[in-house]
Ligand binder design. Structure first.
Ligand code: ZN
Length: 252
């Protein structure tokens, strides 16, 4: 049986918390999720802690949604990319090196695999904001191309081993999903998975291929994944860590 997730731990969701006793004669308890995710509770002097706790528990769903929104807003903001920035790629951190193109030369990207360096040639004399946009566009173009080649090759490899026949591989761009397999057995993979190590990418491909015979996450589905990826738990958690990474992301 696949393990059932425990119910959400309310204490974990709500921490950290700030309790402020309102000096005025207010009768109601007010909740606010601050920009750093802290829950601010304003309560009258005489309201007991037990009552406040019960109130917070009752509002746990609302609080969790607000805290999630705050977290997403802060983690989504990408750090500016510059000379020496690290770019995650297939389990390595590539050091970014920037150079200018010659006149009329288009921008280009070159990966030095031995040194784990990424050399990006861009139009000279771009203002800072345009430069950021250009770096991100060129990096994404390059990474997408690498992703397509690698994913196609590995999908063919696993499809043959698992004796399964996906109809198509489609590279997608969603913010929240790594992959999916529909009723027509078309496999969609978020190209940003190219940030992760090859064994993590393999787990994602085996996972989606296993949806060809099993359109659910039931016992038979996980048994099939585990047959090819015995250490799937570790690879799965590594994959989910990349969800917070803003690399190869659009700005803003
Ligand atoms: Zn799935």
């Amino acid at each position: 049986m696949p393990r059932l997730l425990p119910p959400p731990c309310r204490a974990a969701i709500l921490a950290p918390m700030l309790l402020i006793r309102s000096p005025k004669r207010r009768r109601t308890v007010a909740l606010e999720v601050q920009s750093d995710g802290t829950l601010k509770v304003t309560a009258p002097m005489r309201t007991s802690l037990a009552w406040i706790n019960a109130f917070i528990t009752e509002k746990a769903g609302w609080i969790a949604r607000r805290q999630k929104a705050v977290r997403e807003r802060t983690t989504r903001k990408p750090a500016p990319l510059a000379e020496g920035s690290l770019v995650p790629f297939m389990g390595h951190d590539l050091t970014l090196h920037l150079a200018s193109t010659d006149q009329n030369e288009p921008p280009s990207c070159w990966h030095d695999k031995e040194k784990n360096e990424l050399h990006l040639k861009l139009h000279p004399a771009l203002p800072p904001q345009a430069l950021q946009a250009e770096i991100r566009t060129e990096l994404a173009l390059w990474a997408k191309k690498q992703a397509r080649a690698h994913l196609q090759e590995r999908l063919a490899f696993w499809a043959e081993r698992m004796e399964l026949a996906p109809t198509r591989l489609i590279l997608t761009d969603p913010r929240k999903r790594w992959g999916s397999c529909n009723a027509k057995n078309e496999i969609r993979i978020n190209w940003r998975v190219i940030m992760a190590a090859p064994e993590v990418i393999d787990y994602l491909l085996v996972h989606e291929l296993a949806h060809i015979p099993h359109k659910n996450h039931g016992r038979a589905f996980w048994a099939l994944v585990r047959q090819y990826i015995p250490d799937l738990a570790a690879r799965r958690s590594t994959l989910h860590r990349f969800e917070k990474s803003a690399f190869f992301d659009r700005e803003g």
